[in-house]
Design a protein around this ligand. Structure first.
Ligand code: DC
Length: 209
């Protein structure tokens, strides 16, 4: 069984994907962590994430190991750094780079081929990477709710966080290369008024009946 999950930042899709994978006893791939890992490698070489040519060159050379609990880039543990502010602000430019996308999409498809099952989560998984997945989900929530969840987790001002979430959505939805969009075949789950437990139960019910 291959489950593809897309959705905007902060909708709860990583938590849902991780928990569903654990319940089903299959592996989980966080493709956002792959774009973040490339961004980490780019910044480590003091390259501007907006310098498309230099970024492509680096991307082809990086040694990426994106695991569930650990991300290693060129032998350096980048697990926490990929969630930090430098990577978070540079990742949109890296993710807008079509050649970086095609390299990572191939790695993502190979990950699935090697396992034959799994939960893969990102922005273009149901539309581009795995349009033939057995179950395609679009997990979303209102920008306000996403901001409130982020603030409950790591603090900050809810209005400012909401504004930055809305800005990242806008960039992800309007970029030319594989913009975030909802596949006509995807089931939309709005988690604004659901707990994570509810969402996980809903997905498992769709898988197992
Ligand atoms: O889910 P996240 O916040 O870790 O994603 C980081 C960035 O990567 C975000 O700007 C969206 C982008 N991304 C993408 O373009 N395609 C994916 N499949 C996954 C993430």
């Amino acid at each position: 069984m291959i489950i593809a999950i897309d959705g905007p930042a902060g909708a709860g899709k990583s938590t849902v994907a991780r928990r569903v994978a654990a319940e089903l006893g299959v592996d989980y791939l966080d493709t956002g962590a792959m774009y973040r890992a490339v961004t980490f490698g780019v910044l480590a070489r003091e390259i501007d994430p907006a310098d498309a040519r230099a970024v492509i060159e680096v991307c082809g050379q990086l040694e990426l190991d994106v695991g569930v609990d650990r991300v290693v880039v060129d032998g350096v543990d980048a697990t926490s750094a990929i969630r930090g502010p430098e990577v978070t602000s540079g990742v949109s430019s890296v993710a807008a780079n079509p050649e970086v996308r095609s390299i990572l999409v191939e790695l993502q498809r190979a990950w699935v081929r090697n396992r034959g099952a799994g939960v893969v989560e990102g922005r273009d998984i149901t539309t581009v990477v795995l349009p033939d997945a057995d179950l395609k989900l679009f997990v979303t929530a209102s920008p306000r709710v996403r901001a409130e969840r982020r603030v409950a987790e790591s603090g900050g001002d809810v209005d400012a966080v909401e504004a930055s979430i809305a800005e990242r959505d806008r960039r992800d939805e309007t970029r030319e290369a594989s913009p975030l969009s909802i596949s006509a075949e995807a089931i939309v789950i709005d988690t604004s008024e659901m707990s994570i437990d509810d969402v996980v139960a809903d997905v498992l019910w769709r898988v197992q009946g």
